[in-house]
Design a protein around this ligand. Structure first.
Ligand SMILES: Cc1cc2nc3c(=O)[nH]c(=O)nc-3n(C[C@H](O)[C@H](O)[C@H](O)COP(=O)(O)O)c2cc1C
Length: 318
């Protein structure tokens, strides 16, 4: 069997392998220490951290859907100071890279968070969640406007020395236009995608099923949307892309790499089987070996070969 090198770099961020766990689906890591092999991961992406603690949304916060789940956790977290004091010490001891997911309600808040996390031992990179409302501009999500997405990304990149990944929202008309602007912001890479806005209503009562009414859809249902997003952005933007959305088994992760992603994140599948990310790496590595490839990175970009139709971004049937 061919010996497969799994290592990769995303800018200055060095990873032992391309399999991460997605923000908000793995707590701060310690919760999963007895349930799976945390040290076999390429990176742990933490739950979203804000400057101040947040209590999140009223229950129910999650419900099952036919091919995934809806959540309205509302970015509950203990705030950056408690994170540094109580959560980071454990994360410092693990082998995988530690990527802290951050969010705020103003550009300045994002910058202050980046400054506070900069230079802290044990933090290898930041992931910026831009699917949040900008309170200074009538609540429009940073990630839904190319200029705002650029401004917040550039501000975070300038406020720290850490490699920065920008996690884009799929709830936009033209993700490629947004990704192109973010690519000029001095960031190391992009994570695609966050959850899709969704809702479920109890047909008996007519009431929304989630306490917050609207929530985020994740799981297998969103994978084709995520694959399309990665494929289109990789064709248009010269930045490393981390693929996320609906990965349940290793074949799904390889699909993301074929679309151009250099790494992947396993999200809500971890709730059903905490070992999912471990299985994804094992399966992907065995597949690469079987194909005679010397690295998992060689699994990338096949779908961009000239002979493959690009769909030239027309609406289906148009
Ligand atoms: C319960 C839950 C909480 C999440 N919290 C965050 C978060 O704090 N920050 C963030 O950027 N994404 C968050 N996400 C989005 C995931 O990181 C991921 O982008 C999304 O779930 C799609 O991947 P999946 O289909 O594999 O779950 C959350 C998702 C879920 C299901």
């Amino acid at each position: 069997m061919t010996k497969v090198n799994t290592a990769l770099s995303i800018g200055e961020l060095k990873l032992a392998n391309p399999v991460m766990v997605a923000s908000g689906t793995f707590g701060f890591g310690e919760e999963y220490a007895d349930l799976m092999d945390v040290n076999a991961l390429g990176a742990v992406v933490t739950k979203g951290v804000s400057l101040e603690a947040r209590r999140g949304n009223p229950p129910p916060r999650t419900i099952e859907t036919p091919a995934g789940m809806l959540n309205s956790v509302g970015l509950e977290n203990p705030g950056v100071e408690v994170f540094l004091r109580d959560k980071l010490p454990w994360l410092r001891k693990i082998k995988p890279a530690v990527i802290v997911n951050i969010f705020g309600s103003t550009i300045e808040e994002y910058g202050r968070l980046a400054q506070r996390l900069d230079g802290q031992e044990g933090i290898d990179a930041l992931e910026v969640n831009i699917s949040c409302p900008n309170v200074k501009q009538g609540g429009i999500a940073f990630g839904s406007d190319a200029d705002l997405a650029y401004q917040v990304s550039a501000h975070v990149a300038k406020s720290c020395h850490l490699p920065v990944l920008v996690k884009c929202s799929p709830n936009v008309t033209d993700l490629v236009a947004i990704a192109k602007r973010v690519a000029d912001a001095g960031v190391a890479g992009l994570t695609l995608i966050n959850t899709l806005r969704g809702m479920a209503i109890d047909y008996r009562t007519g009431r929304p099923m989630l306490g917050n009414g609207i929530g985020g859809l994740s799981g297998p249902a969103i994978r084709p949307v995520a694959i399309r997003a990665v494929f289109e952005v990789c064709a248009a933007v010269d930045l490393p892309v981390v693929g996320c959305g609906g990965i349940v088994q290793w074949q799904d992760a390889v699909e993301f790499m074929r679309a151009g992603a250099c790494a992947v994140q396993v999200g809500s599948a971890t709730f059903r089987n905490p070992k999912t990310a471990n299985g994804v790496l094992a399966g992907m590595t065995a597949f690469a070996a079987e194909q005679g490839l010397h690295s998992t990175q060689s699994l990338m970009v096949t779908a961009h070969a000239k002979s493959v139709p690009t769909g030239d971004r027309k609406e289906p049937g148009a």
